[in-house]
Design a protein around this ligand. Structure first.
Ligand code: CDP
Ligand code: CDP
Length: 197
């Protein structure tokens, strides 16, 4: 069976949490596409990116989940050649047999416009920054500024800007628990699978 669940949305909205849970529930593979951009952003030795002054070399050993790695990711993610280099891998993953969940920024709009289920997961910037702060610590106002700056860059870029696909189902998790958000997503996937039987 080929079945893709596309999950897009801004930073720390709960995309990965929902993606992992949906994949586990239905036995689908899961790809956190943000990690691809984080890995590119952290790859200080890349000559093309370094020549453009975009990749601080000292990021090479950093943990990919840090705020700095997130910033580096969103800067390299605005470069069309970087995005183009990652398309085929993501498309093959999305349409591989057995079902797949991909979360990111452009899955429903660019990578897999034919996805069977498209979700746009969001929450207020304050709620998202608080959630990220619980994970990374530090100064909550710095985390909020980082989240807002990254969202603005991701929404404002020319190539594959973050926006909901026209046929995406919106899930605002601002006032939801993880279990409630996961239950909504699972119900939507189950309904679509039922329709296809
Ligand atoms: O993948 P994305 O950056 O969108 O977010 P995440 O890493 O899945 O979630 C960020 C944090 O928010 C995690 O610690 C979740 O446990 C928490 N959270 C959530 O994802 N959904 C809720 N409804 C409530 C909290
Ligand atoms: O977990 P969080 O939502 O904070 O970030 P992420 O999903 O790991 O993505 C890091 C950065 O990679 C984003 O801010 C985007 O700039 C970029 N990205 C993208 O452009 N397209 C994707 N499909 C996934 C991530």
């Amino acid at each position: 069976m080929i079945f893709t669940v596309a999950i897009d949305g801004p930073a720390a909205a709960g995309k990965g949490t929902i993606g992992r849970a949906v994949a586990a529930r239905f036995g689908f593979a899961h790809l956190d596409t943000g990690l691809l951009y984080r890995a590119v952003g952290a790859k200080g030795g890349d000559p093309v990116l370094a020549a453009r002054g975009l990749v601080p070399a000292d990021l090479a050993r950093d943990d990919l989940r840090t705020l700095v790695a997130g910033q580096a990711a969103s800067r390299v993610a605005a470069i069309p050649e970087v995005r183009a280099a990652l398309v085929d891998f993501q498309r093959r993953f999305a349409r591989a047999k057995g079902g797949a969940v991909l979360d990111g920024r452009d899955i429903g709009t660019v990578i897999c416009p034919e996805a069977e289920v498209k979700l746009y997961v969001t929450a207020s910037a304050e709620v998202r920054a608080h959630r990220r702060w619980l994970e990374v610590g530090g100064d909550v106002s710095v985390v909020l500024a980082e989240v807002k700056e990254r969202d603005a860059r991701d929404m404002g870029r020319t190539d594959a800007p973050l926006r909901p696909a026209i046929d995406a189902v919106m899930i605002d998790t601002s006032a939801m628990s993880v279990d409630e958000a996961v239950a909504q997503a699972v119900a939507l996937v189950a309904a679509k699978l039922g329709e296809m039987e």
